[in-house]
Design a protein around this ligand. Structure first.
Ligand code: FE2
Length: 390
């Protein structure tokens, strides 16, 4: 018996090698004045920058270009929005990683409304966004956040009072996502690793989420199979292995759809305060915590052997296993070890490298939500998870 579920809309998706060539026509169909956002090292070092810009100019589009060099803050968004609010921008295009996607989504949503983005951020401001926006096209150059599929833009304020909060509205789902795996060939190994672990944790968390449904399960399971097959290859052979880049692009895209529809879990719960307080890149925070969070999650779930999430964890453990015909417990144990293996092989940094120490642990826990994690970890278990990465 399938539980009832609802599935909201997705962007139009154009996926495939070389599909970046369809950008200019897609933009042209939506307007004439274009704001292009890129992160300096993403397209400008990839050799595709000139191609993309000249492609847009070839169809006589009026092009404005801004660089998003870090995770977007409220002041960065406000500054860019202020510059273009009355300039007749008709299409916003983001070409880059998750930060550029989120910035593009936020800018396209803030151009038509007055005030600062702070006033509309969940848990920060009081205003409800009316959902007005400029058409937005997303073209990712990393395989990670899946932001090209979602309705929220994550905005970060760094420091003592730091936060990572969302600007969210159903209308903020991009009009179009162009996912060209060739755009990812030049993604540096460290970023490939961190963004790949982000996609991995998004798929696993949404698969085990208490809000998962038959559609998200199908996509998450398929995405996790791609992660098993391609994440390490994309890291080790990223510059030439288009098959691995393609598999990871699909996994990341699926992870964006599943997180948007099923929600996330404790790894992402931890990632928000870690990003806000210590400026730890999102993928690093997620990648660093996957192994200890899921080792403890498996231990807790084993005390409730009929819990649906333990059955799902066995399925995933079998996907990632390098052996067959063993007992369930052996698969679960091997999965715990596999997560440590991924973390080590992908050279995911410790959280202490970004300043987290024992004194900071409780403050992080106090600001951490379990989201839709299938079990609750005790305060002591959460502290041990963080201390495992100090
Ligand atoms: Fe994420």
């Amino acid at each position: 018996m399938i539980d009832s579920f609802q599935f909201s809309s997705l962007p139009e998706i154009i996926f495939g090698r070389g599909k970046r060539n369809e950008l200019a026509a897609a933009v042209n169909a939506r307007g004439n004045r274009v704001l292009l956002l890129t992160r300096s090292y993403s397209i400008q070092n990839s050799g595709y920058s000139d191609e993309i810009i000249s492609g847009l100019k070839a169809v006589n589009l009026e092009l404005e270009h801004e660089i998003i060099a870090q995770e977007p803050s409220p002041s960065l968004i406000d500054q860019i929005v202020e510059k273009y609010r009355h300039s007749g921008i008709e299409v916003v295009v983001a070409v880059g990683g998750g930060s550029v996607m989120d910035a593009g989504k936020a800018i396209s949503a803030m151009i038509p409304v007055e005030g600062s983005i702070r006033e509309y951020l969940e848990g920060v401001g009081e205003k409800r966004h009316p959902g007005l926006k400029i058409p937005f096209i997303a073209m990712p150059t990393t395989s990670g956040t899946g932001s090209e599929m979602t309705k929220n833009a994550v905005i970060s304020e760094v420091g003592e009072e730091g936060f990572k909060k969302s600007l969210r509205h159903h209308n903020f789902i991009p009009e179009l996502a162009i996912i060209d795996p060739e755009m990812m060939l030049s993604c540096p190994a460290g970023l490939t690793a961190a963004s790949g672990m982000d996609a991995f944790s998004q798929l696993l968390e949404s698969y085990l989420s208490t809000r998962a449904n038959a559609m998200t399960d199908a996509l998450a399971l398929q995405g996790l199979k791609q992660i098993k097959k391609y994440l390490l290859r994309a890291f080790l052979e990223g510059e030439q292995n288009i098959e691995a880049r393609s598999g990871m692009a699909l996994a990341a895209m699926f992870s964006g759809i599943t997180l948007a529809h099923a929600g996330l879990g404790l790894v992402h719960g931890f990632a928000s305060p870690l990003g806000g307080f210590y400026h730890i890149p999102h993928g690093v925070a997620c990648g660093s915590l996957m192994a200890p969070v899921f080792a403890t999650t498996i231990d807790n779930l084993l005390e409730q052997p009929d819990h649906p999430a333990i059955k799902k964890l066995i399925i995933i453990s079998k996907v990632f296993a390098d052996f067959k015909y063993k007992q369930d417990m052996e698969y679960l144990q091997a999965f715990k070890e596999k997560l440590i293996h991924f973390t080590t092989l992908l050279e995911i940094p410790l959280l202490s490298e970004y300043g987290l120490n024992e004194e900071g642990v409780q403050k992080v826990i106090d600001c951490t939500s379990h989201k839709f994690h299938p079990v609750t970890l005790s305060n002591e278990q959460m502290a041990n998870v963080l201390k495992a990465r100090i």
